[in-house]
Write a new protein. Structure first.
Length: 134
């Protein structure tokens, strides 16, 4: 399991609020990678993930982020993948094996490293501009 400091060094993107949310999501992913996932756990995670995506999308909307459409499309893709996992569990699987979900989680962390990092940089430069005009 990764400490908060290690997480920050590897995946921190310099936006405190987004970093905190990513850390929370990462806690779920680590548990899933270790133990697999039951439907209850997945639904709890779905709520956290949806709130996180909504938060980012509101920030993009407020600041006119140029890549909003592409970024939001990736969020929708994640939501769809999550729903597919839930449906698989509903169809009788009791638990999804870690091997099934790890590739998905890796792609989500790539999203953090690329898309979210870009958004964080945009937000910090945008906030600086915004504060100058106050």
């Amino acid at each position: 399991s990764m400490s908060r400091q290690e997480f920050q060094a590897k995946w921190g993107i310099g936006n405190q609020e987004m970093d905190d949310q990513h850390w929370e999501l990462r806690q779920y992913l680590e548990q899933f990678e270790r133990d697999g996932i039951t439907i209850e756990q997945l639904k709890a995670f779905q709520t956290v993930l949806e709130n996180h995506c909504k938060h980012e999308e509101e920030l993009m909307e407020q600041t006119g982020f140029p890549k909003q459409e592409e970024h939001t499309a990736q969020h929708r893709g994640s939501g769809k993948t999550l729903l597919e996992m839930i449906l698989t569990l509903k169809s009788g699987e009791r638990r999804l094996d870690p091997s099934v979900v790890i590739p998905t989680f890796q792609s989500w962390m790539e999203h953090v490293e690329t898309m979210d990092r870009e958004l964080a940089e945009w937000l910090s430069s945008h906030q600086a501009m915004f504060n100058k005009h106050k």
